[in-house]
Design a protein around this ligand. Structure first.
Ligand code: URA
Length: 240
């Protein structure tokens, strides 16, 4: 039976590192893939959140080779693999092997959640604006933003690279805002707050799509859980 809904199985397999979609089709055609206990056929679609997918009897998502680290980046660490000025870099905070790269970037002084992986496909999707993956920040700002400032931030702020898309903005304390954006422009939150006269004093990313965890100590990381990876795959399944 070929389900009409869901994500194509070869796409799901390609995303978790089984090779190109063509290679994944070959795996399916060879009868090496089972979904919920049944050998899958070409064209099969699945719900990546709920389907139990096995390749050669091993559940996907726990395949050796692809790693996903959720890091709590401290201030003062650069979001690159290598810094010509010799400052500490985020990849220095996670294991050396396999080589991973940061998904998107946080400014030198921004703290909070950063994903590092060697899964290029999911990384592209998380950062590409057409998938609209939400990022949530807590910004400590100078002064107390008024209601009209909050409205401006929500509706769009004129920046030198254009007006920002609508954002969700909630005051948490008089000088602390929670902002949810999905564009990922360079220094976007700082520039938005500057533009409305409330420069950022401290900025912390608290969520990337479905990923949120306040218990990771600054400078430390943990592996994504299988269900978090699946939720992330689902968040980027229907974009572009
Ligand atoms: N917006 C910023 O201004 N800085 C970041 O690091 C992330 C989002």
């Amino acid at each position: 039976m070929v389900a009409a809904e869901g994500v194509r199985l070869q796409k799901v397999l390609a995303r978790v590192g089984f090779g190109s979609r063509r290679t994944c089709d070959d795996l399916i055609a060879a009868g090496r893939v089972r979904v919920d206990g049944v050998v899958a056929v070409l064209g099969r679609r699945v719900d990546p959140e709920t389907a139990l997918i096995l390749v050669d009897g091993a559940p996907v998502g726990v395949r050796p080779g692809l790693v996903y680290y959720l890091l709590n980046k401290p201030a003062g660490v650069v979001t690159t693999a290598d810094d010509p000025q010799g400052r500490p870099v985020v990849v220095g905070l996670v294991p050396d092997e396999p080589r991973v790269f940061p998904v998107g970037r946080l400014d030198l002084d921004t703290e909070g959640l950063l994903l590092l992986t060697n899964d290029g496909e999911i990384a592209n999707r998380i950062t590409h604006p057409s998938y609209g993956v939400e990022k949530e920040y807590v910004a400590h700002v100078e002064g107390t933003p008024s209601r009209s400032v909050l409205r401006q931030l929500r509706e769009g702020v004129e920046l030198d690279d254009g007006v920002t898309a609508p954002a969700r903005v909630t005051p948490v304390e008089p000088n602390v805002l929670r902002l949810v954006v999905h564009e990922g422009r360079n220094r976007q939150v700082r520039r938005m707050c500057d533009a409305v006269g409330h420069p950022v004093i401290r900025l912390v990313r608290t969520r990337i799509g479905p990923l949120a965890d306040r218990s990771i100590r600054p400078g430390t990381w943990r592996h994504l859980e299988t269900d978090e990876l699946r939720a992330l795959e689902r968040a980027v399944a229907d974009g572009a």
